[in-house]
Design a protein around this ligand. Structure first.
Ligand SMILES: *[C@@H]1O[C@H](CO)[C@@H](O)[C@H](O)[C@H]1NC(C)=O
Ligand SMILES: *[C@@H]1O[C@H](CO)[C@@H](O)[C@H](O)[C@H]1NC(C)=O
Ligand SMILES: *[C@@H]1O[C@H](CO)[C@@H](O)[C@H](O)[C@H]1NC(C)=O
Ligand SMILES: *[C@@H]1O[C@H](CO)[C@@H](O)[C@H](O)[C@H]1NC(C)=O
Ligand SMILES: *[C@@H]1O[C@H](CO)[C@@H](O)[C@H](O)[C@H]1NC(C)=O
Ligand SMILES: *[C@@H]1O[C@H](CO)[C@@H](O)[C@H](O)[C@H]1NC(C)=O
Ligand SMILES: *[C@@H]1O[C@H](CO)[C@@H](O)[C@H](O)[C@H]1NC(C)=O
Ligand SMILES: *[C@@H]1O[C@H](CO)[C@@H](O)[C@H](O)[C@H]1NC(C)=O
Ligand SMILES: *[C@@H]1O[C@H](CO)[C@@H](O)[C@H](O)[C@H]1NC(C)=O
Length: 833
């Protein structure tokens, strides 16, 4: 902050008074741009006066009239600030220096015309209690910075730049125009709505354009919209400028179909003149609130051919325009009639002071009819004045019926203004924590279908929460087929294809199908994600599917096909046991092994019951038990048959050749030893297998992509193979012994049957062993169980069934006499001739 002495000096030098003024209990200052500085080169350094009639701006003038009207309306009101009159000072901020001057005027202490030493800010009572304006971002930044020192409330109606929301820097700044932050959000939603992801971005060369561009750039990148080109439209150029032509040619070269122009209207005009000259057609132009309704832009000759213009404009209710326009016009009338002499307007100082006002004598002649943009800005001014009035109303305690008319320090008023919440023509007016008004935008579209230019409201953007709604039916695209144009770098990929980015733009990509086992999550289109372990996916998939769980369930038809014979087999075993028990003393049963038969039948039953472990979901118990149980039982069975065959061979053949051997075999309980021994070996092998790698249930994911196979881990391990091999060896042994006895008497001779059984068993095993290498799963488990079942059934059928047949149906063969006879016949045959 400059020292007070400097302020004072500056103030004395430029002793200008307000252009329009009216006294009141409390004064509100208004900063409006009524003239603009014409671009002229000064011959010597000089301060420009705001009095050039040729640079008169009717927009500012309309706003001034709005402020006058509003203050008057509040003054007349009996409910708002009763018995309190508001005054106003209006300044023309045609240039930066004029703006600073006006700001300093506002700061003048009440009742005086110069700034004195500022002892304490807290008790500083300025001439104006609040400031409305100024309009442009550039001027507002200066004013806001100065006024913030004294916390004098400043409410701008047109400065939308986001920086001003920073309350740390500009604590006393508020505004009745939404911050550009909102506008940027609305534009991004608009682009998303039409899926325009490949756009050009242009901003004007001033604070408005540059900061808007910056904010847009940031937000667009966050939303996966790519900026094909980003440019700054130079200011102070006219349509013949080569720079502008160059920029527009670039736009044509990059072939985007959508261009966002974040520009103030003065800079947008020459740009669009160049666009028309370069014959650009069919483009979509997204406009910001400042130029999208500005007459100066749509007045450009030939602009109707540039394509579709869709833009933002400050939201406004219809009723407001209607209610407001009538008195506004009358205010305008009165202004023009009072300008000359200051008759009834109370503008006593007006004529004696600034030449600007004399310029305004002819103001009515200079002004153009207010357009929509003027109306909207006027409403912002209207709102701002009302906000001050409501703040004052609360501060003075007018709610009780009488206002206190106390001394008002600006910081007190600022506090109240920030809290106001009132309704104005059915709109609820309040400020957010940043001092920004809570207000949305209308989405408007230019319409050239009629005789001239008009604009349609095609949608709206509402804040808190941010929401964009577009009415498709109202949109008239200026394209050949009346369809919404597309603007994308690469066409979207087919379902299940990921994007492979080319270069630095995410929007430019080629498509690659996701391989099997991965899927494309819609939330990330640039990578295929692997499926979970229990899931699978085909190529080009957008989802994973659960793998089917594969195991031999109890309910499976295959299971039934196996369980039925197993059950029958067990019944048969039980039946045989009963038959043999009843006929234990008959020769056939004795020759079959006598009591050993029951051991064999028991082993068979055990082996059979082990088959049940192959059905249902594998559990720790079934996995652990099924192989050892079967192997050991089967070993017992084979050992018994071997012993029995060996014994018979001994009796008939070895006994005669080596009687001592047979003697030793029977004396030392050979059969029991052999059976016990071989079973022990098998048991040891099983124990080894279990301790080396205990069989546990596991999920096999490798078998196929779509399935997870539930199996026991040991099914194909080496130690498990050892037990099988042992049984095979034992079978071979059994086979050999049986084969030796092939020529024995018929009723001792089961060699043929046992041989056949064992051959069958070998064949089955061979089949299953070759199948082991192939696809695991249900069929394999079933095949394994079937193999065991066949082996058991074959042995049962080969060994026990012929005997049971004789016992049951040929009792005449089941006699000691018959056996005697056949032995004699055999010995006779064997006897040497
Ligand atoms: C306000 O109204 C009073 C009378 O109600 C009038 O005397 C005064 O001039 C008005 N002031 C303004 C600024 O309109
Ligand atoms: C305020 O009241 C005065 C006199 O009563 C009237 O002439 C003027 O039009 C009113 N102004 C507004 C804005 O209502
Ligand atoms: C307005 O002020 C006048 C005198 O200043 C007083 O007579 C009148 O009662 C006041 N009216 C209200 C509503 O306070
Ligand atoms: C634009 O079109 C007009 C008339 O069709 C033509 O005279 C002019 O040369 C064109 N300009 C460019 C830059 O192509
Ligand atoms: C205003 O301009 C007129 C000429 O247009 C001049 O005669 C007059 O002195 C000027 N007034 C002031 C206050 O500068
Ligand atoms: C303003 O008041 C209205 C009702 O009077 C309420 O719904 C709204 O939430 C208030 N707004 C704020 C910002 O306090
Ligand atoms: C622009 O629009 C044209 C015609 O509709 C289309 O062929 C072209 O692909 C579009 N360009 C982009 C970048 O989308
Ligand atoms: C896609 O990714 C999101 C976020 O990473 C996640 O919440 C969602 O569950 C995923 N969808 C699928 C189908 O996996
Ligand atoms: C996949 O399996 C999970 C749990 O295993 C289950 O919650 C989900 O519903 C299954 N999904 C489908 C599509 O069956």
């Amino acid at each position: 902050m400059p020292p007070p002495a400097v302020l004072c000096l500056c103030f004395c030098l430029c002793a200008r008074a307000a252009a329009f003024a009216r006294d009141g209990d409390y004064t509100i200052a208004g900063l409006f741009q009524i003239h603009s500085l014409p671009p002229r080169a000064a011959a010597r350094p000089q301060v420009d006066a705001c009095d050039d009639a040729s640079a008169f701006r009717s927009h500012g003038y309309h706003l001034v009239q709005t402020m006058r009207f509003t203050v008057e309306e509040i003054n007349n009101s009996s409910t708002l600030l009763p018995n309190v009159t508001l005054g106003y000072d209006i300044y023309d901020t045609c240039s930066e220096s004029a703006n600073i001057h006006a700001t300093l005027r506002v700061l003048a202490q009440k009742g005086q015309h110069s700034i004195e030493m500022l002892r304490t800010f807290r008790h500083y009572e300025s001439r104006a209690v609040a400031v409305i304006g100024p309009d442009s971002t550039k001027l507002a930044l200066t004013t806001a910075a100065i006024l913030s020192v004294f916390l004098i409330p400043e409410i701008s109606y047109e400065a939308s730049v986001e920086t001003l929301s920073l309350k740390r820097l500009y604590p006393s700044f508020l505004r009745t125009i939404p911050s550009d932050r909102q506008q940027v959000k609305a534009i991004v939603l608009l682009l998303q709505r039409f899926r325009w992801t490949w756009v050009a971005l242009l901003g004007s060369d001033n604070t408005y354009g540059r900061s808007g561009l910056e904010a847009l750039h940031e937000l667009l990148s966050a939303h996966d919209i790519c900026i094909a080109y980003r440019g700054i439209i130079p200011s102070n150029k006219d349509a013949s400028s080569p720079e502008l032509h160059h920029m527009v040619r670039i736009l044509m070269d990059i072939r985007v179909n959508v261009t966002i122009v974040f520009s103030s209207k003065q800079i947008a005009r020459p740009f669009f003149e160049v666009v028309v000259q370069e014959n650009i057609t069919g483009m979509v132009w997204v406009g910001t609130e400042d130029w999208s309704l500005a007459q100066t832009v749509w007045h450009v000759p030939g602009i109707q051919n540039i394509g579709s213009v869709i833009g933002m404009s400050i939201k406004q209710t219809e009723s407001m325009i209607l209610k407001h326009s009538e008195p506004w016009k009358s205010a305008e009338e009165s202004a023009s009639s009072t300008g000359a002499g200051g008759g009834n307007g109370g503008s006593s100082r007006e004529s004696t002071q600034l030449n600007c006002t004399q310029g305004c004598t002819g103001c009515r002649l200079l002004t153009t009819a207010p357009d929509e943009y003027d109306t909207k800005a006027s409403y912002s001014v209207y709102t701002a004045v009302y906000a001050v009035a409501h703040g004052l109303h609360n501060l003075l305690g007018c709610a009780s019926g009488a206002c206190s008319k106390d001394r008002v320090y600006p910081w007190q008023l600022l506090e109240k203004i920030r809290q106001v919440n009132f309704s104005l023509h059915e709109n609820q007016i309040s400020f957010d924590a940043n001092g920004d008004i809570l207000k949305g935008y209308d989405i408007i579209m230019w319409n050239w279908r009629g005789p001239g230019w008009s604009s349609d409201v095609v949608g709206s953007f509402s804040v808190n929460p941010d929401r964009l709604s577009i009415d498709q039916d109202k949109i008239l695209w200026h394209t050949k087929d009346n369809q919404a144009p597309v603007s994308v770098c690469s066409q979207a990929c087919q379902a299940g294809e990921k994007r492979l980015q080319h270069g630095r733009h995410r929007c430019c990509f080629s498509c690659v199908a996701c391989p099997a086992g991965t899927f494309l999550n819609r939330t990330d289109l640039y990578a295929c994600q692997p499926c979970g372990r229990d899931e699978w996916a085909p190529a080009r998939s957008e989802a994973c599917f659960n793998r089917t769980v594969d195991f031999l369930s109890w309910a499976d038809p295959i299971s039934w096909a196996l369980l039925t014979p197993i059950a029958l087999l067990m019944l048969l075993v039980a039946g045989l046991a009963v038959v043999f028990a009843l006929n234990i003393s008959t020769p056939v049963v004795k020759s079959a092994g006598g009591k050993m038969c029951f051991v064999m039948l028991g082993a068979l039953a055990c082996a059979c019951s082990s088959l049940f472990c192959y059905f249902g979901e594998p559990t720790r118990l079934t996995c652990l038990v099924r192989l050892p149980l079967f192997s050991i039982s089967f070993t017992v069975l084979l050992s018994c048959i071997t012993t029995r065959s060996f014994q018979i061979v001994c009796i008939f053949k070895l006994n005669r050749k080596w009687p001592a051997l047979y003697e030793a075999w029977t004396r030392h309980r050979g059969p029991a030893l052999f059976i016990g021994g071989s079973t022990a070996v098998q048991a040891a092998l099983c124990l080894l297998a279990v301790s080396a790698s205990p069989s546990v249930p596991r999920r096999n994911y490798g078998a196929s992509a779509e399935q997870v196979v539930l199996e026991c881990s040991q099914d194909s391990s080496q130690s498990a193979t050892a037990t099988v091999v042992y049984n095979v060896l034992l079978s071979a042994c059994c086979f050999a012994v049986s084969y030796l006895g092939r020529d024995l008497p018929e009723n001792y001779n089961e060699a043929k049957c046992v041989t056949l059984s064992l051959l069958l068993h070998f064949a089955c095993s061979a089949c299953v062993l070759t199948a082991y290498g192939s696809h695991p799963g249900r069929p394999l488990v079933a095949a394994g169980a079937l193999n065991m079942l066949c082996a058991l059934a074959a042995l049962l059928g080969g060994y026990f069934l012929p005997k049971a047949y004789v016992v049951l149906f040929r009792p005449e063969l089941n006699t000691a006499a018959h056996f005697q006879m056949s032995i004699q016949r055999y010995t006779r045959r064997r006897a040497p001739p």
